[in-house]
Each structure stands twice: as C-alpha cells, then as structure tokens.
Design a protein around this ligand. Structure first.
Ligand code: C5P
Length: 285
C-alpha cells in the first residue's frame, strides 16, 4: 500500500427487518427496512497511480468478477464520468465477505470506493445519486449509518440510539439470485414497519419479533439450507434469528461479543465450509 492509499472499511450491511410494501412501474420493489452496519466487512484501498489496476485478495477473492461488471470498477468509472477526473487509480479489494449473500458485499465495496474517492480533492460530485446509479443498496452503504430505508432503498432516515448488537453471521455457502427472490414473492403489498418506540435492547428485540424479512420465505423455498443455518444459530443460543436482504446470510443476536464468538466457533467447528463470523454493529471508520 503506497503512502497515499485511501483505505476504507466496507462494512457488512444487515437488514434487521425488511418489509416489501409495493412495486414501482419499472418492476423495482418498494420497501421499508431497518439497516445497520458491522465491524465485519471487506476492505478497500484506492491510490492514485501511474496506471489503472485492480487487485483482489481475501477468502472470497476467487468469487469476485474482475471485469467491467464488478461494482468496484463501475464505481471508479462512474466517478470519472461524473467528475471528468482522469487520473489513474490502483484499487485493492480485500474480499472477506461471501459474494451475493444479502449483507451488502458488492454494494458496500462500491460505496467504500466512493467514500475513498470523496477524499481526493477536488472531487465535487453528487455522491448519493452516483451511488444510486450503482444499485439500490449503494446509497445506504455510502452513509453506513443505522437508517430506515424506504423507496427502493435510497430514501434514508438516520436512526440513532440503537443498542450495539453482538451478531453471528452465517452463510451456508449457497448463492441466491436477488431478482429471482423478489419475483417469487407471494405478495408485494405488505404492511409498513411498525414504529420502534423503545430503542434499548429489549425494546429492539421485541420490535423485531413484530417485524419480518419478507424476502425470507421465497429464499427459504429456493435454498432450504438457509433454514439449516438458522437452526444452527438457534442451537448455539441466538436470542433472535433472521435472514438479511435477499439471503442467503442469516444473523443471530447474542448477548455479548464473547458469547457470539463462542457460538461462531461452535458452528464453524460443525460446518467448516460455511461462512461464520461473530461481529458487532459498532466499528471504527
Ligand atoms: O439495485 P440492484 O442492482 O442491487 O438490484 C438487483 C435486482 O434486485 C434488481 O434488478 C431488481 O430485480 C431487484 N430489486 C428490486 N427491488 C429493490 C431492489 C432490488 O426488485 N428495491
């Protein structure tokens, strides 16, 4: 990493609750979701360089496309189009999170590239709209703060005062297609999120029990091993278990990071091929 490298954490995004409330004329779904971000994540580093390069390392590097379809490169290219900034960039992605797994992944990586580029002077541009061009989840990942997301995910209302949660993330190694999951929804007009009155831990968990991830039933139908992963989380003491996004990663809530780490170690011992990660919703930027 050169002295000028701009490093950014690309945190895992967790949809604590996700209600699908309608559908737009263009087919995109309207939703209401409470999203939080984790210490677990990928890492992006961007450095001005004498030529463009893109390098990927980390456990899931082999699953990352390195052609123009990659959201990291699309973020770089859209930034250039929007600002006319033509300097060459060397980008490194440390891919620690499984690909296409409902916890941000490519969206969070793209958002981290934008955050890094935002630090390069003079870089004046409309970052949220650039983010939305890259995907419905990229604006929420750009801010990476707890929020209620509405619209297709781009209307963000910051949500303060949530307790820090200790989580275990589990992905049983199945990929699910986001468009296919949305398409398979039995109903698209579900009630909005209820109001979260008490923002302490007990209040939040009580509220979670009144809410849903509407994408979970179709995802479970496509990939029943998501249910096996959820049973594993329950068997090691998770207080609450739900799938994030369109899956296939689920999260379990534990009472402390120590407990989450012990639970994660037990699941990983039983299922060495799964992605199993203890983390918290608090992280250093
Ligand atoms: O915006 P993004 O490329 O991440 O979305 C992937 C696909 O997920 C879209 O093409 C669409 O089929 C579906 N989607 C949706 N409603 C949303 C977000 C995504 O139907 N709010």
């Amino acid at each position: 990493m050169s002295a000028q490298a701009l490093a950014e954490h690309a945190p895992a995004k967790i949809n604590l609750a996700l209600h699908v409330t309608g559908q737009r004329a263009d087919g995109y779904h309207l939703l209401e979701s409470l999203v939080v971000f984790c210490q677990a994540g990928d890492r992006i580093s961007v450095s001005p360089s004498d030529k463009d390069s893109f390098r990927v390392s980390g456990r899931y590097a082999a699953n990352v496309p390195i052609d123009g379809g990659n959201l990291v490169l699309r973020a770089r290219d859209l930034f250039r189009e929007a600002t006319g900034d033509g300097r060459s960039l060397s980008i490194h992605l440390e891919k620690n999170l499984p690909v296409a797994s409902g916890i941000g992944g490519g969206s969070s990586d793209a958002a981290a590239v934008l955050r890094a580029l935002r630090r390069l002077p003079p870089a004046e541009c409309d970052w949220p709209s650039l983010a939305l061009k890259l995907g419905a989840d990229v604006p929420m990942c750009l801010s990476a703060n707890p929020a209620i997301a509405r619209g297709v995910g781009e209307e963000l209302e910051g949500f303060d005062g949530l307790p820090v949660l200790a989580l275990v993330l589990v992905n049983p190694g199945v990929g699910v297609s986001t468009p296919a999951i949305f398409k398979a929804l039995a109903t698209r007009e579900n009630p909005p999120l209820p109001k979260l009155q008490v923002r302490d831990r007990a209040g939040l968990i009580g509220w979670l029990r009144e809410t849903r991830n509407d994408l979970e039933p179709p995802a479970l139908a496509f990939a029943p091993t998501i249910g096996v992963a959820q049973d594993a989380l329950r068997s090691v003491g998770a207080e609450f278990v739900r799938m994030s996004g369109s899956g296939a990663t689920s999260f379990g809530i534990f009472s402390s990071l120590d407990e989450a780490e012990a639970a994660a170690a037990e699941i990983a011992r039983r299922e060495p091929d799964w992605f199993v990660q203890a983390t918290t919703t608090e992280f250093a930027r």
